[in-house]
Design a protein around this ligand. Structure first.
Ligand SMILES: Nc1ncnc2c1ncn2[C@@H]1O[C@H](COP(=O)(O)OP(=O)(O)OP(=O)(O)O)[C@@H](O)[C@H]1O
Ligand SMILES: [Mg+2]
Length: 389
């Protein structure tokens, strides 16, 4: 390349500085020219503290450079012996790494329009006619350097965001797993305590009652005060047996383990009617459900929570409960005729009861849908895939 006007080099030194963010790794410009003097002149003009210049004396050398590093732009002399500028541009475009690197052709003033078109066809984004005017060269390059730097910032931001998202996803996953684990540990613990209360206390109380019967049988009719005392003791023991049963079944209803989910729902609904006076209509499957312990526990606990919510918040007079197996999933719906849950409560992060229900079905890939109509009632649909093949 010939024709650079050396006087103007000095007049315009540092024209790129405003466009370059010095906090970034330096942007590099590749200059390809077979003429050493032009290469050095361009290097002197373009090299700065914020911008690196790499020189290549041939198309082959340029191709080796673009394989090794990224460039903000490539200045390419169109006329070179061997692989000329057009061919070099085509090959640069073929490489994955340099597919989008902007190429600016340097063409002689005598080049016709045809060469300019050839340059664009080969992948050039711009061309500069010799003799070079440093202002034009610098301002054209500054656009690409700025683009390159902005792109680098974007790429870094995207990578950081991806890392943060991945981190968040992982910790969310861990929290979920921990919550599920704690839930099952708690269920196991409740079941164990329920068994112990039932067996140990139940047996002691039965033993106590038998002993008391023995004592009572040995009392004669004239020991009135003692007879009265044993009677009240019988009453106390029976009351305690009832309480023990109640506490044990609240912790873990025996009926759930022995008779299954349908029976446990019937039992809990009967208890709910008795306690609250709210009518509760059931529509349950007549066939035995083939459910594992985890799924029946989850469904039962959700059912308990839903009825508790009806009793506490709905001000309802009636609840309709339906359970069925639909498309490979257990579907439980609980619908009341109360005041209707407010839209804002449904996804309120403070609605821990609802959140807990959602978490309970997540391990099975299930879902909970809640809908409320003001003054009409609330409907909750719980679905738990059965996971059968
Ligand atoms: N059946 C319902 N009818 C009307 N409002 C309801 C009903 N169920 C829930 N809500 C509303 O949604 C809110 C959130 O329910 P959620 O079960 O998450 O929490 P909670 O019952 O208030 O407390 P927790 O269940 O943690 O003891 C309730 O405070 C209540 O305002
Ligand atoms: Mg609740």
């Amino acid at each position: 390349m010939r024709g650079l006007r050396p006087v103007e080099q000095h007049a315009l030194g540092g024209g790129l500085r405003g466009a370059v963010d010095t906090s970034l790794s330096q942007a590099s410009i590749l200059i390809v020219d077979d003429d050493s003097k032009s290469l050095l002149a361009l290097q002197g003009l373009l090299q700065s503290a914020t911008q690196k210049v790499v020189l290549a004396k041939s198309g082959e050398e340029a191709l080796r450079c673009v394989l090794k590093q990224d460039f903000a732009a490539i200045l390419l002399d169109a006329r070179m012996p061997g692989v000329d500028g057009f061919e070099t541009a085509r090959l640069i475009r073929e490489r994955e790494r340099s597919r989008h690197t902007p190429i600016i052709f340097l063409t002689g003033a005598y080049e016709d329009l045809h060469s300019v078109f050839r340059g664009y066809e080969a992948g050039a984004v711009d061309y500069i006619v010799k003799p070079l005017v440093p202002e034009i060269l610098k301002s054209k390059l500054s656009v690409f350097v700025e683009l390159y730097n902005k792109n680098a910032v974007l790429i870094r931001e995207i990578a950081e965001r991806k890392r943060a998202e991945e981190h968040l996803r992982k910790s969310e996953e861990n929290l979920r797993a921990l919550a599920a684990h704690l839930q099952s540990v708690r269920e196991e613990e409740w079941a164990r305590i329920a068994r112990e209360i039932h067996d140990e206390l139940g047996q002691s109380l039965t033993g106590l009652k038998m002993d008391l019967t023995w004592v009572a049988n040995r009392l004669s009719g004239d020991q009135r005060a003692l007879v009265e005392k044993t009677k009240s003791m019988f009453g106390l023991i029976d009351g305690t047996i009832q309480s023990v049963r109640k506490i044990a079944s609240q912790l873990r209803p025996e009926v759930l383990d022995q008779l299954g989910l349908t029976a446990a729902i019937e039992w809990h609904a009967a208890d709910f009617r008795k306690r609250t006076g709210i009518r509760c209509k059931l529509s349950l499957p007549s066939d035995t459900l083939m459910l594992d312990r985890e799924r029946s526990t989850a469904a039962f606990r959700i059912f308990q929570e839903l009825l508790t919510n009806v009793a506490r918040h709905a001000n309802a007079t009636r609840v309709d409960v339906a359970m069925r197996v639909d498309s490979g999933a257990l579907v439980l719906t609980v619908e009341d005729n109360g005041k209707g849950i407010a839209e804002s409560s449904i996804y309120d992060p403070k609605s821990l009861g609802l959140l807990g229900m959602r978490e309970r079905v997540l391990p099975f890939g299930g879902a909970i849908e809640v809908a409320g109509v003001q003054g009409k009632g609330t409907k909750v649909r719980v679905s738990i895939p059965l996971g059968l093949k």
